[in-house]
Design a protein around this ligand. Structure first.
Ligand code: G3H
Length: 530
């Protein structure tokens, strides 16, 4: 009954299949005459389950990857290119023009988000709007950085004009769970700081880039943005092996980040901006407000079916409230509505990865074999593209679901009597992104917070883990991240401080004055961008 087929409402049908028959290189949407790969949605359009064909993308190879690399390198031109030497205000104008055109594509991009990755309608709309806001916030943050550097300093008889400059050529790879937002959170700051970029859309959530290709072509100088389609390994390997990449910007798994990093012949030249896996715990103390805790844990563990790096992926509950928690939590999980993304009030939606349901079932059976039970009634019920979320208890360290980042609908629960249990587990874990703590008594919370801030990078009090607001630092320890992302920090991550220095004497000062008044340099400027 959970998985009953419902016809697709006409307004959400994809009427025209998308054939993405070009890639963006050297400022041209270059027609592709070679092989194509089909793109399917795991959502069925017919009563007898069948993935829905959405369109096709080019299967580009090594030759096109190197073509995009040459294009990005020429546009940067060892720092001489139009884009890296352009005035800040002009790069901002290009970005404003791009985002204006991007907004016109909202409806189609939102629809493709639902079909390609199964994100519900509200969250798909949020992903689009949040990305647009991120672009505007980035522009404002860059203006502020620029205003702060629109001055000269003098120390020890040397005048200095210090700004932030681009790093060079960026390879940008985003994840399937936020194929628009997380990818653009790398791409946009990289671009606005004057870098040139090669970007490959995520494995799922790729066609939604098609409606934006023309805007990328139109609003950035040739070679500044290069967009490739195909398999990550085929395309990224030769690009990294060239040694010409200055920044690897990747949101995904540490195994991909490590293997790509390995391929770079001069690792010391490679800057990394990485958002990686996590296993954020919830720690529920005996005095926690259970209703609030359950609401937050449901959201934290099961928004977008738990396919978020920030999802709560393991729950530690104090033994004194374990029974009540398990009962209420399981009930709440079983109330969640499953359906296609456009259905009113759906929380649980089809999983986009065809092998994910089997992986989740494997985690469940491994845990059961090792002594856990499914606590909720609907847990583990399966269909061709889904497994109903299973609350597993008691989970132990031997189980796969304890060790692996499940990135899907299964919630392992452990009970504890000594707070050192979750703390020691977190210290031992490979991950260190965030934690949620539920409780009230400050005598217990205070010292706990003081330790937790040293194990992860965000401690959420009585609320689930999340990345936003995007103005706050988003990072992690150990295998969870490298560099910090936030609107402001991302601009720093994709740039370097570089400056012009001159001894304080009459000749030099006259030169500087002349440079300032003549506009002969785009770098030397005390113009104040409002
Ligand atoms: O997949 C990881 C995302 O950065 C999570 O972002 O907490 O806003 O869903 P979110």
């Amino acid at each position: 009954m959970e998985f009953k087929f419902k016809p697709i409402p006409p307004e959400f049908e994809i009427k025209n299949k998308i054939k993405q028959d070009s890639y963006l290189v050297n400022g041209n949407l270059k027609k592709w005459e070679g092989d194509f790969s089909p793109v399917f949605s795991s959502i069925s359009s017919t009563e007898d389950y069948k993935p829905t064909f959405l369109g096709e993308i080019p299967s580009l190879g090594q030759k096109q990857a190197l073509e995009a690399l040459d294009s990005a390198c020429s546009a940067f031109d060892n720092g001489k290119g139009l884009w890296p030497t352009m005035r800040v205000i002009d790069r901002i104008k290009a970005m404003e023009n791009f985002v204006r055109e991007m907004k016109e594509k909202r409806e189609l991009v939102v629809k493709l988000l639902m079909w390609e990755i199964g994100k519900n309608h509200t969250d798909s709309q949020k992903e689009f709007d949040r990305t647009v806001d991120y672009i505007y916030d980035t522009i404002e943050a860059y203006k502020q950085i620029d205003r702060d550097s629109a001055k000269f300093q003098k120390h020890s008889g040397i005048n200095a004009h210090i700004r932030r400059g681009p790093l060079g050529v960026v390879l940008c790879l985003g994840p399937y769970n936020y194929p628009l937002n997380e990818t653009f959170c790398l791409l946009i700051p990289a671009l606005i700081m004057g870098n040139t970029v090669i970007f490959k859309p995520a494995k799922h959530g790729v066609l939604l880039i098609s409606p934006l290709m023309e805007a990328f072509k139109k609003h950035f100088p040739p070679g500044v943005v290069n967009i490739l389609f195909g398999r990550g390994r085929v395309l990224a390997t030769p690009i990294m092996e060239s040694g010409k990449i200055n920044v690897l910007a990747l949101i995904g798994h540490s195994s991909s980040a490590n293997s790509l990093q390995e391929k770079h012949p001069k690792k010391n030249r490679l800057r990394l901006v990485l958002g990686l896996e996590a296993k954020n715990p919830a720690i529920i103390l005996p005095d926690a407000d259970l209703n609030l805790t359950i609401k937050e844990c449901i959201n934290g563990a099961l928004s977008y079916n738990g396919q978020r790096c920030t999802a709560l992926k393991i729950v530690y509950v104090h033994k004194d409230i374990k029974d009540e928690f398990l009962k209420k939590f399981s009930n709440a999980v079983d109330q969640l509505k499953y359906g296609n993304p456009w259905e009113e009030g759906v929380k649980l939606t089809p999983l986009p990865e065809p092998n994910k349901p089997n992986y989740i079932l494997d985690l469940i059976s491994d845990a059961k074999e090792k002594g856990a039970s499914i606590v909720n009634q609907k847990g583990g019920i399966q269909s061709q593209n889904y497994v109903y979320p299973a609350v597993l208890y008691p989970v132990t360290k031997e189980m796969k679901v304890y060790k692996e980042e499940q990135f899907g609908p299964v919630i392992p629960v452990i009970s504890f009597s000594d707070l050192n249990t979750p703390l020691d587990d977190m210290a031992e874990s490979n991950y260190g992104q965030q934690v949620s703590v539920f409780g009230k008594e400050t005598e217990r919370l205070g010292p706990l917070i003081d330790t937790l801030v040293n194990l992860v990078c965000r401690v959420n009090i009585n609320s689930s883990c999340q990345r936003g607001p995007d103005i706050y630092p988003f990072t992690g320890r150990k295998d969870s991240a490298f560099s910090t992302l936030s609107v402001h920090d991302a601009l720093r991550s994709f740039s370097i401080r570089t400056f012009v220095a001159s001894k304080d004497n009459n000749e030099n000062n006259e030169i500087i004055k002349d440079l300032l008044s003549s506009n002969n340099s785009n770098f030397i400027s005390t113009d104040y961008i409002l």
